[in-house]
Design a binder for this molecule. Structure first.
Ligand code: AIR
Length: 202
């Protein structure tokens, strides 16, 4: 989805817009209330990055979502990465496509974990983004998830935060339990009706 009005529509539809408002109020007081910084190279990355935001919402983790292109506005990018620790971020989730330098450069500046999401691309199927993000030199790690792996990026950020947050850990365990029950329900139906009816009913 490369429609430039997409972001505006998404903001109107999604509750995170309201957390963003809270964060803006926090910013005026000189600090961010968000634990996770979600940053993407373009609004064309939004559908994938939204999946990270959705799971953080579900798990009750605060975040701030931003569009910054490391190539098209390097000064804005540098300011973002430099101020991220002071704003209170504990993890950054950075997604970009093509020559995707945003996650790696965030990791070069921000001293806490950076999770990189390689975007699928039409020309090279996302291998360009994947290699740009995963092949970091020694000393500057980026925890890279799958191509378009927005949801896992959000989950990984939550798991990192859960190492020092008992309540969040409990919510993550409950989430895993719901996932397990979902698979078991599917298998129970398969055993009951057989694969042909299962496929027809899908
Ligand atoms: N991008 C933007 N600035 C630097 C990079 N690498 C990436 C975006 C997006 C892709 O380029 O993250 O995945 C295409 O961006 P756009 O704005 O042309 O749709």
């Amino acid at each position: 989805m490369r429609n430039s009005s997409y972001l505006g529509e998404y903001q109107l539809r999604q509750p995170w817009f309201f957390s963003k408002l809270e964060v803006d109020i926090g910013k005026e007081r000189g600090h961010s209330m968000a634990q996770v910084g979600i940053v993407m190279g373009s609004d064309s990355d939004m559908p994938v990055m939204a999946k990270a935001a959705d799971i953080l919402e579900e798990l009750g983790v605060s975040y701030e979502m931003t569009i910054i292109s490391a190539h098209r506005e390097p000064d804005v990018f540098f300011e973002y990465a430099k101020s991220a620790e002071a704003k209170g971020f504990k993890v950054i989730i950075a997604g970009a496509g093509m020559a995707a330098h945003l996650p790696g450069m965030c990791a070069a500046i921000f001293p806490m974990p950076v999770i990189g999401i390689p975007m699928h691309t039409t020309s090279l199927g996302g291998r360009d983004s994947l290699y740009s993000i995963v092949q970091m030199p020694s000393g500057i790690p980026v925890a890279t998830v799958a191509i378009n792996g927005g949801m896992n990026a959000g989950l990984l950020a939550a798991k990192i935060l859960a190492t020092s947050d008992e309540a969040l850990l409990a919510r993550l365990k409950a989430y895993s339990e719901r996932m397990k029950e979902g698979v078991q329900k599917k298998d129970a139906r398969l055993q009951e009706v057989g694969y042909q009816e299962y496929m027809n009913g899908k």
